[in-house]
Design a binder for this molecule. Structure first.
Ligand code: B12
Length: 163
């Protein structure tokens, strides 16, 4: 059985202008054999939810490092979860989600309540890869879903065209 490639949607949050975290994640995920659509920084919740509806990614990865991630990502996740078509889509959040205390751990309960599947620390890239490997193993095999190899490429072309 050939495992199909996952289509991972990587996004920054609405207030977060940092870019290299997103580029880093995209390159690491692609190196691990996933197809990635990278929405970039400062993504409004409306664009994120609309993109999830249009592209139906296998997993959403939200990255934030500016300190507002705990509120921005909770709001974004709740907006995505509002549509029941995304009930089964894992939402993974990570980066530097606040500025005080142990922010990612402290805000995990509220983020999970908003619909986030997993909150990772900024050094948790290996854990992100393990989670995605589990999601990939549980996804339908490649033969039945040959077309699934192309959504990221198609999405890339579409996003390029929209610029
Ligand atoms: C460059 C930079 C900027 C640039 C960004 C330019 C750009 N186009 O990207 C500019 C000048 C715009 C900027 C602005 C601000 N910044 Co700034 N910035 C940085 C800086 C110096 C480097 C960030 C970077 O590019 N790193 C390289 C990338 C590859 O690494 P990374 O971002 O850390 O991401 C890694 C991990 O976090 C992790 N990761 C990220 N997301 C995820 C998700 C998952 C699921 C996982 C597993 C891992 C993961 O993986 C990445 C690779 O290891 C950092 C300090 C630093 N040395 O890290 C501050 C920093 C991120 N900025 C900070 C702040 C506060 C701001 C401002 C609010 C400052 C201000 N008062 O205006 C604004 C916010 C603007 C906004 N609207 O978001 C703080 C955040 C504080 C916090 N969260 O505790 C930092 C940490 C500086 C500091 N020590 O105070 N910034």
């Amino acid at each position: 059985m050939t495992l199909r490639r996952l289509h991972v949607l990587v996004t920054g949050t609405s207030s977060d202008a940092h870019t290299w975290n997103l580029m880093y994640l995209q390159l690491a995920l692609e190196e691990a054999g996933h197809d990635v659509t990278n929405l970039g920084p400062c993504v409004p919740d409306g664009l994120l939810t609309e993109t999830c509806v249009r592209l139906r990614p296998d997993t959403l990865v939200i990255s934030s490092v500016n300190g507002h991630g705990h509120t921005d990502a909770a709001r974004a996740a709740a907006a995505v979860r509002y549509d029941p078509r995304h009930d089964a889509m894992p939402i993974i959040v990570g980066g530097l989600l606040g500025t005080a205390g142990d922010p990612n751990a402290d805000h995990t309960p509220a983020l999970e309540a908003a619909g986030v599947t997993a909150v990772l620390e900024k050094d948790d890239l290996p854990k992100l890869m393990r989670l995605l490997a589990e999601i990939r193993a549980a996804a339908p095999a490649a033969a039945a879903t040959a077309a699934a190899a192309t959504p990221a490429a198609a999405a890339g072309r579409e996003l390029e065209g929209a610029r």
